[in-house]
Design a protein around this ligand. Sequence first.
Ligand code: GLV
Length: 326
Amino acid sequence: MPQYKALVTRTLLPEALDIIREAADVTVWPEEAPPSAEELRRLAADADGILTTIMDRVDATLLDAAPNLRVISQLAVGLDNVDVGEATRRGIPVGYTPGVLAKSTADLAFALLLGAARRTSESERWVRGGGWEIQFHPMHWLGQDVHEACLGIVGLGQIGREIARRARGFDMDIIYHSRTRYPDAEAEYGVRYVEFEELLAQADFVILSVPLTPQTHHLISAPQLAMMKPSGILINVSRGPVVDPAALYEALRDGQIARATLDVTAPEPIDPNDPLLTLDNLVITPHIGSAALPTRLNTMKLAARNLVAGLQGERMEACANTDAMG
Ligand code: GLV
């Protein structure tokens, strides 16, 4: 008989749930939408471990309500919904899922970059709307070249590096900025470090791949958008609040930058009446960076293994607070 009780806050693929079921009695929240904070506290009351998603707020109030908790396993690489410091103070290890989803997220970032450069979503909407009346028009739908353009990557973590690897195949000139400079990665990925302002001014495409922290909140706001080229394209695959939506709206409306694509918004989901959605030069996808089936399965399995390791007091494959692991 499993000796632990595990709470899983969203439906997982069966292969991942099986991993947890071997070690614990599992309660899976069955709804499409996540549990409310109150429901989460109620369900966590007797849990030894919780597998969370980015929609669950894991804070002192939840931890107070879950006195038996010995592990939190987050199904994501971003941990902005988890108070990791509070978990550490209580000796609770926090698992997360780096590595497994970087390539898929970089694939999506590149899809968004190519789509924005060549205006694929915008022109497809035009076709469906009955706009295509002349077979070929030499002046229609002129976009930007991706090959040999300058790509600015903000944040050179695993996702940023995978984006750089893809950009090399397009002969792009790749510059990056991050809090820490990485001389080894510069050689390996063919990227050049520049100051943030320089990156904004030089890049034809600016991709954001930073974690959300107090320092990166509204990292892109009116002054930064004003530094970008008028032909510049902004792509956000990190977290919505990294971009100030009101400033982005004005910059896109006024043609201060050419286009933007957001895979993440603030808030999520975006309000269907948000003024951003009236703009033709903006594409929004619904936070699908890592939503490729094999990657999602691997991510779920890693989160499941982290949960089981934490329940059994063993070292997790990926732990955000190794100091809590004892
Ligand atoms: C998804 O957004 C993640 O952080 O993994």
